[in-house]
Design a protein around this ligand. Sequence first.
Ligand SMILES: NC(=O)c1ccc[n+]([C@@H]2O[C@H](COP(=O)([O-])OP(=O)(O)OC[C@H]3O[C@@H](n4cnc5c(N)ncnc54)[C@H](O)[C@@H]3O)[C@@H](O)[C@H]2O)c1
Length: 366
Amino acid sequence: MTSNTQATQATQTTQAPADPGPDATAPTLAVAPPAVEDVTTVACVGIGTIGGGWAAYFLARGYRVQAWDPSPEAPARVRELIAAAWPALTELGLADGADPENITVHTDLAEALSGAQFVQESAPEVLEMKQNLLADIDAAAAPGVIIASSTSGYSMSEMAVRAAHPERLVVGHPFNPPYLIPLVEVVGGTASAPDAIEWSSRWYEHLGKSVITMDREVPGFIANRLQEALWREALHMVRNGEATVEQIDRSITDGPGLRWPLQGPMLTFHLAGGNGGMKHMLDHFGPSLKSPWTRLEAPELTDELRDAVVAGCDDEANGRTVPQLVAERDKAIIAIRKVIEDLRTGAGPAGVHSAVDVGGPAGEAQ
Ligand SMILES: NC(=O)c1ccc[n+]([C@@H]2O[C@H](COP(=O)([O-])OP(=O)(O)OC[C@H]3O[C@@H](n4cnc5c(N)ncnc54)[C@H](O)[C@@H]3O)[C@@H](O)[C@H]2O)c1
């Protein structure tokens, strides 16, 4: 793979549908952030599994990284993480001037923030710590610097309460490992400036990420909420002796998981409805949403919900017919299956091996 892969990811940016339009009462940035193309130096605050992964990614994209972490082991750990990630990053395509040594780990937060034009905070998921840390970062970062948090689930509205300039704080939620998984969910809090949210989305796109910009705060954002729902059902099944852990995992890896890299759960069901698509699927199977298949409370399937889901599938299909989507899906599944098979038998291309072998340090399964 080359750096083109990352360019492709950037084109997948998605804006949530509802656009409330300009709001005269919305918070504004006192100082405009730099053009995303002009950023050369970024700060990573907290460099464990996620912050270290972000640091590796920024380095691979050719940025200088200044880091701060209170752990005395952090400098050695982050260097190990970067060294482990570098083969995969090289395989994906390094930016001109990318250098794994272009990182300094500081013992003073203000020193790490000095000259940084963007900050990615990845400290432990403890609300009070995030509140204090974001206030400290805000106090020390230069005006016009946008500060993003990697939080897995806190809203920026609750994290920004102690910051003097909450308008420049946003969530930039990555997935582990941030140097391989393209998705970043961007969302602001009630005090975030729309310009800060918009800048962050452009910045992550510029980095080659697949960005989803959310226009409202949702606990768990989008992907974690979906993952949690699946996980909750899995836990119901294990608890009730309905399926083993291995059966659950194989039901996904050898089943619907093969379709999901190309087509998400909505388009998957659109195709499950045959040529009638999602409309047929909802009319046919909709009532079974209330069946005891799920241990979660299902929403009321109103006409409004049905129509919104059908219209969403039509939008996403963007003129592609069901047979066209089927052909795309099948092509992708064959390619992905081949890669997985090669990996399992040890016959895969070296780059794919290195991407998998380096993985990320063990952590929260995201
Ligand atoms: N692990 C995942 O899969 C994952 C995925 C997405 C988002 N996140 C989020 O990323 C953030 C970091 O998670 P992680 O998994 O990297 O945790 P981690 O425990 O691996 O790393 C946290 C790092 O923060 C440092 N730290 C401790 N106190 C700090 C402070 N006051 N200021 C700055 N740094 C401090 C620790 O020394 C450590 O190096 C969390 O908000 C988490 O929810 C995690």
